[in-house]
Design a binder for this molecule. Structure first.
Ligand code: CO8
Length: 266
């Protein structure tokens, strides 16, 4: 049960809806900006969700109807030194890596501003669903900064070098519709329908074979960083491994018996 494994949390809410865990960043007074304690709570929560086999998909969203996450907490950034700034960036990168490689689908339900570190966090998720009222961007340049949670890397990989450079160098906020056109978000829905849509997508993903889902995420994330021939060998190896699972036998048998498969994650 997820709640019994959860760390003590001050800035996050965690709710379980069937096999879907919903994590809400809960600092609405500062538009859910990520300070160091919140980032650490996210790290511990993500690790707990990774361990919990009952959780098969995760939604990350922000409290209130105005903001997903308005970035790293600028109060902390204003105080940083070269040493603390580097440490902070590396801690953030580590937490986003954990999200990206959780081994289960993670959906960013973008309910408002996803700026700076908030946009970077959304990009580390497996899928992004945005409210039609959401605004996305990397405004760090307006603060004399650059992204530090790997936004320069993930944005270029998601939308291409030219579009990424434009967004990073202008610091402009873009609409959800524009983000969709660029491929930065997977879909846009009316704000009132956002959580219902995110739950629906998450529940559908949670019903799929968990080991196959984990290997797909691994094959795409790790494979994209490898030379193509090596990535193919990696994929073939995971394909071979998944053939050893009970879920592979159940999935193929269910197809032949013309019934819905019941995947156990084994
Ligand atoms: N950090 C701290 N406080 C914030 C942040 C933030 N990122 N964003 C908003 N707030 C606070 C505001 O200061 C304000 O507080 P108060 O009520 O005490 O004045 C409250 O939230 C409400 O915000 P606004 O009054 O500004 O609300 P508006 O509707 O007028 O504007 C905006 C909303 C446009 C989202 C505006 O708040 C804004 O521009 N926020 C900052 C967005 C931004 O620049 N984000 C990027 C931050 S840099 C970053 O994320 C780098 C990540 C990598 C770091 C690497 C480690 C070193």
């Amino acid at each position: 049960m997820v709640t019994s494994q959860m760390p003590e949390l001050e800035n996050l809410l965690v709710e379980l809806d069937g096999a879907v865990a919903i994590v809400t960043v809960n600092r609405p007074k500062v538009l859910n900006a990520l300070n160091a304690p919140t980032l650490d709570e996210l790290r511990r929560t993500v690790l707990a969700l990774r361990r919990d086999a009952a959780v098969r998909a995760v939604i990350i969203t922000g409290a209130g109807d105005k903001s997903f996450i308005a970035g790293a907490d600028i109060n902390e950034l204003a105080q940083q030194t070269p040493v603390t700034g580097r440490d902070h960036a590396m801690r953030g990168q580590h937490v986003l890596d954990l999200i990206e490689n959780l081994g289960k689908p993670v959906i960013a339900a973008i309910n408002g501003y996803a700026l700076g570190g908030g946009c970077e966090l959304a990009m580390a998720c497996t899928m992004r669903i945005a409210a039609d009222t959401a605004k996305l961007g990397q405004p760090e340049i307006n603060l004399g900064l650059i992204p530090g949670y790997a936004g320069t890397q993930r944005l270029a990989r998601l939308v291409g070098r030219g579009r990424a450079l434009e967004l990073l160098l202008t610091g402009d906020q873009i609409s959800a519709q524009e983000a969709h056109r660029l491929g930065l978000v997977n879909r846009v829905v009316p704000a009132a329908d956002l959580m219902a849509e995110a739950r629906k997508v998450a529940a559908a993903l949670a019903s799929k074979a968990p080991v196959a889902a984990r290997y797909i995420i691994d094959a795409v994330n790790k494979g994209l960083e490898m030379p193509f021939p090596e990535a193919q060998v990696f994929e073939a190896t995971l394909f071979g491994l998944v053939a050893s699972t009970e879920d592979m036998r159940e999935g193929t048998r269910a197809f032949l018996e013309k019934r819905k498969a019941d995947f156990k994650g084994k």
